[in-house]
Design a protein around this ligand. Structure first.
Ligand SMILES: *[C@@H]1O[C@H](CO)[C@@H](O)[C@H](O)[C@H]1NC(C)=O
Ligand SMILES: *[C@@H]1O[C@H](CO)[C@@H](O)[C@H](O)[C@H]1NC(C)=O
Ligand SMILES: *[C@@H]1O[C@H](CO)[C@@H](O)[C@H](O)[C@H]1NC(C)=O
Length: 321
């Protein structure tokens, strides 16, 4: 038997069996019951996270998982309220995970605690732990975040070990640090995979915290376009990627939707360029960001819920298993 034959046998054996060791097990006691959230500790560590299990969770049905990372000096609880990933309106069937940082910052922010286990190890270990306890669909694991948590989502995607476990990524008002300048992270080198790295980004043109064009303060941030072009290049769009479309989708406020088609994958990188929005998670009914940054987000409300667009984007992608 040659290697190709053995590999195709292995591929056949795994089709439709993207189940995890948690399948068939009851939800552990002290964990949230189906339809609720709770704050938990990752065993053997000093790390916390918040977990939401959907009301229709069934221990024999592999279930999707949505990570949501808080912004700098945020918390897991604030992120649950801000991103609304535990709201069945947006997420009727999936598990939501809100990891908590060590000191308010995620790896890539120069203030982050880089001691081992660092945030990449924590994310990888936390995901393994959840797969051990709950019935997870390993082809449908996703990561999103706000600000430093959005930047960290890109750092995860860049890592060949943990990034390979996630099917798609989304970042709201991300702070993208030049990771070559930060200890604790290697260069952006995701593992090769046929599915590519779907990446969705939202950014307000009036954001002064993580400005669209980056900044050169003591903690320099890259221009958003550089981060997006980087993902377009890594998805096969070449060294000087050109977007495929840049369309006005709302006129008041002016919202542009920019999309890259790379290597036969239409819209694998997407960006919403939001007029009259600053460092705020877009929501039609407002949220804590609009209270915190009334100067940057003067409408007090936005024309769409970013969370709805994130779940629609994630829905299109899953890993081949
Ligand atoms: C990638 O993440 C793993 C944890 O999943 C970590 O152990 C490893 O050091 C990271 N690699 C780089 C280059 O940062
Ligand atoms: C899309 O077009 C607007 C102008 O209408 C421009 O400001 C913006 O930079 C463009 N986006 C990209 C990614 O080129
Ligand atoms: C946005 O989400 C809120 C719930 O957080 C909901 O009440 C509202 O109807 C949504 N807006 C749209 C346009 O779907």
């Amino acid at each position: 038997m040659n290697l190709t034959f053995l590999l195709s046998l292995a591929a056949l054996a795994t089709v439709g069996t993207a189940k995890t060791p948690g399948c068939g097990k009851n939800i552990p006691s002290r964990w949230p019951s189906a339809g609720s959230s709770a704050s938990l500790n990752l065993p053997g560590t000093d790390r916390q996270y918040r977990l939401y299990i959907p009301a229709n969770y069934d221990k024999n049905t592999p279930t999707a998982v949505y990570f949501s990372f808080h912004g700098a000096s945020g918390t897991m609880k604030k992120q649950e309220a801000l991103s609304q990933f535990s709201n069945s309106l947006f997420n009727p069937n999936g598990i939501a995970v809100y990891p908590d940082s060590k000191n308010g910052y995620w790896l890539s922010n120069p203030n982050a605690d880089t001691s081992r286990p660092n945030d990449l190890d924590f994310t990888n270990d936390l995901l393994s732990h959840i797969e051990e306890k709950l019935c997870i669909d390993q082809s449908r694991i996703y990561s999103a975040g706000k600000s430093n948590g959005g930047g960290f989502t890109s750092v995860i995607a860049c890592n060949a070990t943990v990034g390979s476990r996630f099917a798609a990524f989304a970042s709201v008002s991300g702070a993208y640090y030049d990771t070559d300048e930060v200890d604790g992270i290697g260069p952006c080198e995701p593992a090769e995979r046929a599915e590519g790295y779907p990446f969705l980004e939202f950014h307000g043109t009036t954001d002064t915290t993580a400005p669209m064009d980056g900044n050169t303060k003591s903690n320099p941030k890259l221009p958003v376009i550089d981060m997006l072009q980087g993902w377009a290049t890594r998805n096969g769009c070449g060294d000087q990627p050109q977007w495929a479309s840049n369309e006005t989708i709302y006129t008041n406020p002016l919202v542009k939707h920019v999309s890259w088609d790379c290597n036969g994958k239409d819209g694998i990188v997407q960006h919403y360029r939001e007029g009259e929005n600053g460092h705020c998670w877009p929501s039609t009914i407002g949220n804590s960001d609009y209270v915190k940054h009334p100067d940057q987000c003067p409408l007090g409300k936005y024309v769409y819920n970013a969370t709805e667009y994130i779940f629609d984007f994630f829905e299109k992608y899953q890993l081949d298993q």
